[in-house]
Write a protein that binds this ligand. Structure first.
Ligand SMILES: CC(C)(COP(=O)(O)OP(=O)(O)OC[C@H]1O[C@@H](n2cnc3c(N)ncnc32)[C@H](O)[C@@H]1OP(=O)(O)O)[C@@H](O)C(=O)NCCC(=O)NCCS
Length: 439
C-alpha cells in the first residue's frame, strides 16, 4: 500500500517546506482547484487578512491581471504574503474566469504554506496553542500523520498503540464526510496535534464526530476542537431542517479529553470493546455443523436480501438499532472500506436462513462488520461456525489480524461468543453523546 506523509505530498505538489525558515516556492492553480468557503466559514482571502491583523504576516500584495477577449476574460491573481520578521516572501498564483475566484485560489494556496508566520508568532511571545498552529481541512494524505497522532494518544492513555492506517482510512472515507467542510487538523512543527471531523451516522437522526488531541497539546486545543464540532453540528442540524440531533464520538476510557468533554456537556452513553484474533495463531477448529445446517456465501441479490432480513430480526430491540430498508443498507455497505460481497455468509437450517455474518477485507486487516442469529436458532453454535468460516477465508486472503467492535453491555453476550471463537479483548472505548438543539 502506498502512503504519503503530508510533507511528501506538499513536496510533490511543488511546495517546499523549510525546517527552520520558510522557503519561497511558486505554485499556481487553475480555477478547478479553487478553495471554497462554506457560508459562515473562513474564506481564504479573509484568512490572510486575519493573519495580517494577528501579526502573523506583514500584509499581502495582490497582483491581478486580465488576458483574453473581453467577452471571455481570463484572470491571474498572484498573492504575495510577507511572514512577519522574515525577508523571504511566500507567493502563490491562481488563474480562472473571475477576479474573486482567482484571488480566493491564490489566497488558498498561500494559506497552505505551512510555517507561514508560525515561527514569528512564537518569537513574539504569543501562545502557540492559540495562534502558532496551522489549521486546515484533513486530507487522505494525512493517513500516516493521523495514525501517529492517535497512536501517541493511545500510548499516553493506555500505554500501547493499536490504531492502524485502516482505522484512519475508515474515518476519512466515511460516506457523507465532507473533508473540506467538516474536518480540520491542527499542525504544530510539522506534526498533526489535533483532529476533528463530523459526518452523518448511518441513522438519520444522528451525527458522528471524531476527536483526537495530542497528549502534548494543552486543554484549550480540546476545547477548540469540541467547539468546532458543535458549530458544524449546529449548521448540519439547521441545514437538515431539524430541531434536535444527537452527536456521538468515541474516546478511550480515562481519555485526556474527558474534562473538556464534560465541560462541553457531553456524557458517556455506552462502552464498546474491540476484540482481535491472529488468524495465523491458534484458533478453535471448525466444529462439525449440526445436521441440516449449511453455511454458504450470499451470492446473489436475493440472498443478500435474505441475509439483511435475518440481521434485522436478530438486531431488533438491540440497543441503538434502527431498522433500514435493504436498499439503504446495501448502499451504505458498498461504500465501506473493504466491502466485498463474497464475504457475506448465511447459515441455513433446513434451508431456512438462520444466522448471518458480513466480513470485510481491509488493506491491513479483516473485519467482522455484522453478525446475527435469529432468536429461535441461538445457542446452537451457528455464530461460532460463521466466525470460524470467516477467519479461515480471511486468512486464505493473506490477513493476519481480524477485528470486531462490540457493545460491552450486549445482552446476548456477543463478547463471550467472539471469545469462544478465539478472539481476545484488545481495548475499550466509550461512546460520548451530546444533544444539539436548534432554538
Ligand atoms: C450474539 C449472537 C450472534 C450469538 O449467536 P448464536 O448463534 O446464538 O451464537 P453461538 O450459538 O455460536 O453461541 C452462543 C452460546 O451458545 C453456546 N453454544 C455454542 N455451541 C453450542 C451448542 N452446540 N449447543 C449449545 N450451546 C452452544 C456458546 O458457547 C455460547 O455460549 P455463551 O453465550 O455462554 O458464550 C446472537 O445472540 C445475536 O444475534 N445477538 C443479537 C445480535 C448481536 O448482538 N450481534 C453481535 C453484534 S456485535
Amino acid at each position: 500500500m502506498q502512503t504519503f506523509t503530508l510533507k511528501t505530498w506538499l513536496k510533490e505538489a511543488g511546495i517546499q517546506i523549510g525546517q527552520a525558515s520558510i522557503v519561497h516556492a511558486a505554485a499556481s492553480t487553475s480555477i478547478t482547484d479553487t478553495p471554497t468557503a462554506a457560508p459562515g466559514e473562513h474564506h481564504p482571502v479573509s484568512v490572510l487578512n486575519e493573519w495580517t491583523q494577528q501579526g502573523r504576516i506583514d500584509g499581502v500584495d495582490w497582483q491581478v491581471e486580465a488576458s483574453g477577449p473581453s467577452h471571455a476574460p481570463a484572470f491571474t491573481a498572484t498573492a504575495t504574503a510577507h511572514p512577519a520578521g522574515t525577508e523571504r516572501p511566500v507567493s502563490a498564483q491562481g488563474s480562472g474566469a473571475s477576479k474573486a475566484a482567482v484571488r480566493a485560489a491564490a489566497a488558498g494556496i498561500a494559506g497552505t504554506r505551512r510555517g507561514l508566520g508560525r515561527k514569528n508568532v512564537a518569537a513574539r511571545g504569543l501562545p502557540w496553542d492559540s495562534l502558532g498552529m496551522q489549521i486546515r481541512a484533513a486530507m487522505m494524505n494525512d493517513l500516516t500523520a493521523l495514525m501517529e497522532l492517535f497512536q501517541a494518544i493511545e500510548l499516553a492513555e493506555i500505554g500501547r498503540a493499536g490504531t492502524t492506517e485502516a482505522d484512519i482510512r475508515q474515518i476519512l472515507i466515511t460516506p457523507g464526510l465532507d473533508l473540506e467542510r467538516r474536518s480540520c487538523v491542527y499542525e504544530k512543527d510539522d506534526d498533526i496535534v489535533g483532529f476533528a471531523a463530523l459526518h452523518p451516522a448511518p441513522h438519520a437522526d444522528r451525527l458522528r464526530a471524531h476527536l483526537g488531541v495530542s497528549p502534548v497539546a494543552s486543554g484549550s486545543l480540546a476545547d477548540a476542537l469540541l467547539r468546532q464540532i458543535e458549530e458544524w453540528a449546529h449548521k448540519q442540524t439547521a441545514a437538515a431542517g431539524r430541531e434536535r440531533e444527537s452527536v456521538t464520538l468515541f474516546q478511550m476510557p480515562q481519555a485526556l479529553a474527558t474534562p473538556a468533554l464534560h465541560d462541553h456537556g457531553w456524557r458517556v452513553v455506552r462502552r464498546y470493546s474491540r476484540l482481535t484474533i491472529d488468524v495465523n495463531g491458534e484458533r478453535p477448529s471448525l466444529p462439525r455443523l449440526p445436521a441440516g445446517t449449511e453455511i454458504r456465501i450470499a451470492a446473489c441479490d436475493d440472498d443478500r436480501r435474505r441475509l439483511h432480513a435475518v440481521l434485522e430480526k436478530a438486531l431488533s430491540g438491540h440497543w441503538n438499532h434502527h431498522r433500514r430498508p435493504f436498499e439503504e443498507f446495501w448502499a451504505d455497505q458498498q461504500q465501506r472500506d473493504g466491502h466485498d460481497p463474497s464475504l457475506w455468509w448465511i447459515a441455513e437450517v433446513e434451508e431456512t436462513p438462520a444466522a448471518v455474518l458480513i466480513a470485510r477485507s481491509q488493506p491491513d486487516r479483516g473485519w467482522i462488520a455484522w453478525l446475527g442469529t435469529e432468536q429461535r436458532y441461538r445457542g446452537r453454535g451457528l455464530a461460532r461456525c460463521l466466525l470460524l468460516t470467516a477467519f479461515a477465508e480471511l486468512k486464505a486472503r493473506g490477513h493476519h489480524m481480524v477485528g470486531v467492535d462490540v457493545d460491552s453491555a450486549n445482552d446476548t453476550n456477543a463478547t463471550g461468543v467472539y471469545e469462544a471463537a478465539g478472539m481476545r479483548v484488545l481495548g475499550q472505548a466509550d461512546q460520548w453523546q451530546r444533544d444539539i438543539t436548534i432554538s
